[in-house]
Design a protein. Structure first.
Length: 247
């Protein structure tokens, strides 16, 4: 089974074609949105997809200018199963005001997720803010996926104890510090993402080969055969969807 738990298919010009390609290739793609108004639009435009799913998002880097969309986000939340891209971005150039607004919005989103009766699958952006994210989410009875985790000082043990997953992309698996972090993550919590079109090395169009390419890189990091690695990753993805956890 091939999958991609974090992509931005809507950001491609030839969106329809790419969605068709993913559907025909039977690749399960969780496609992020960056604003709730976009999620609302795509769910309406593509009502009957079998492999591609849109996630309800409010991207942390857009929060400062689009905080007005929070009520729309919260109104769409009860019916949405996949949530992302959400999170915090505390890159150096972000102002204190920006960070404060991001934090307030993120806390409200998490609070509302926890109050929903069904478990959601959250895809989390955590640049320079991984530990703040862990403090805000804590334990959650749905699923939390740390997307492209890069924070070396992350309290990884706590994230693992909380049951979080980690989605790995091609770029992250290609540099030394990324590989060092991946090696510390438990095998049963690893997933694959493309973060397309943002990762380097992605072709101008969405690459359906990225799953196998990334699984290959991971098999080298962990010393497994490609088949063994794909089996581990597919089992993880199934557990994620069933809202099960291996401790
Ligand atoms: Zn993303």
């Amino acid at each position: 089974m091939q999958f991609d738990v974090h992509a931005h298919l809507d950001l491609y010009k030839d969106r329809d074609e790419i969605i068709n390609k993913a559907e025909q290739s039977k690749i399960y793609v969780i496609s992020m949105t960056n604003l709730p108004e976009l999620y609302e639009k795509y769910v309406r435009e593509y009502p009957s997809l079998s492999h591609v799913r849109f996630a309800l998002g409010l991207h942390p880097e857009l929060v400062k200018d689009h905080a007005k969309q929070l009520p729309l986000f919260l109104s769409l939340l009860p019916k949405a199963r996949y949530i992302g891209e959400i999170g915090l971005d505390y890159s150096k150039q972000k102002s204190d005001v920006d960070k404060r607004i991001q934090q307030q919005v993120f806390e409200q989103i998490i609070d509302h997720c926890k109050r929903c009766s069904d478990p959601k699958i959250l895809s989390i952006h955590s640049r320079n803010a991984a530990n703040e994210i862990i403090d805000i989410i804590g334990r959650y009875n749905g699923q939390v996926v740390f997307h492209w985790l890069s924070d070396k000082n992350v309290k990884l043990t706590e994230a693992v104890e909380n049951g979080y997953y980690f989605s790995i992309n091609r770029q992250m698996a290609s540099y030394q510090s990324g590989q060092n972090l991946i090696r510390k993550m438990p095998l049963h919590r690893l997933l694959i993402e493309s973060d397309a079109p943002f990762t380097k090395g992605n072709s101008p169009s969405y690459s359906v080969e990225q799953f196998v390419d990334t699984a290959k890189q991971m098999s080298v990091i962990f010393g497994f055969s490609l088949d063994e690695m794909i089996k581990i990753l597919s089992d993880n993805f199934r557990r994620l969807l069933k809202n099960e956890r291996l401790d």
